[in-house]
Design a protein around this ligand. Sequence first.
Ligand code: GLA
Length: 391
Amino acid sequence: MLDNTSQTNQVDEAFLQAFTHIFAQEAKTLSVSPGRVNVIGEHTDYNDGFVLPAALQFTTQILCSPRADNIINACSVQYPGDNESFSIDGDIKPGEFAWGNYLRGVVVELKKAGHTLCGMDVLITSNVPQGSGLSSSAALEVAFGGLLNHCCNLGLNEQQIALIGQAAENNFIDCQCGIMDQLISAKAQNNHAILIDCKDLSTRAVHIPENLALMVINSNYPRKLADSEYNQRREACELAASTMGVNKLREANMDMLLDVKSKLDDTTFRRAKHIISENERVLAAADALANNKLNELYSIMAEAHLSLKDDFEITVPATNGLVDICNTALDGRGVARQTGGGFGGAIVCLCDLNDVDTVVKAVNDQYEAKFSLKADIYVCEASQGLRVLDL
Ligand code: GLA
């Protein structure tokens, strides 16, 4: 995790100067953690299932210097007027700034786990697109958890830092997310997607071939009901699991689900059908990617999108439309599907590097005309996870 590569050494000079300007001293440590795109495996993480995400080149970066007292002062380049400040002693409550609550949540969870923390001045910047389902909040939680781990000598590994981030999100922010976003942000590897078994958190890196473009296209559809819908999906999965007498849907299979069909309402049945079939698809997709069988990968991902659209119902017309535009333009030479939690957000599109321009043109020509929204298109590099560096 402690890293001295040239990549991390290229700290933005203006960012360093901003720190010195705000806190009247030089920054001592830098922590960097990425956003993510999920190749396949949607909503499976909180069912103890499988996911196959990769980290983006977009990161949250935090500079800090230690303080002699127990205060955390935090500023953000993106929110210039917000001066977040809280003591690590005593009872920490949600504060005034939404972004600051992620820091508070991480501190609360570290304290709950029995760690002794230290005060610090921190400055945050991020180029992870926000509100687009690319895990800007996980990047912040992991970057800050990694920073505290390093500066306060907590001795945590990447997995433990990820779990603290997830706990902050579940308990302090009240979003009942799974572990995927924090774990990939902490443990990602350059040029690889990571197959995660969310039951035991074991990981297997799967190389992404050089000629395969990993595109992320943000629909910019406003994600209004995302949190409440997300929590409802989770409840439906729990209901289906308990009806089958298992703890999590990971332990169920299609035969078991069919056996209890008459006991479930149609919606709950379809939610569980998505999760059970998606787990199988993730394993097959990881093998197809590892063996460079791209056509096989494309058809598995196309099925996954339909399952999200028809059974799990987390897509919206704008993301379905984007998927159709890309798939039609690629004509079988690649695939697109909804990625992340859904209800808007982004799609992921895999295709040969030579076809990137075709996809960009199709989206630019058709998406805004059909949906009155402008898409943001990113050609991504699967990047490294958490890095912490003394300056
Ligand atoms: C969000 C959550 C993740 C995961 C995805 C859906 O990103 O934070 O834990 O459930 O949605 O796959």
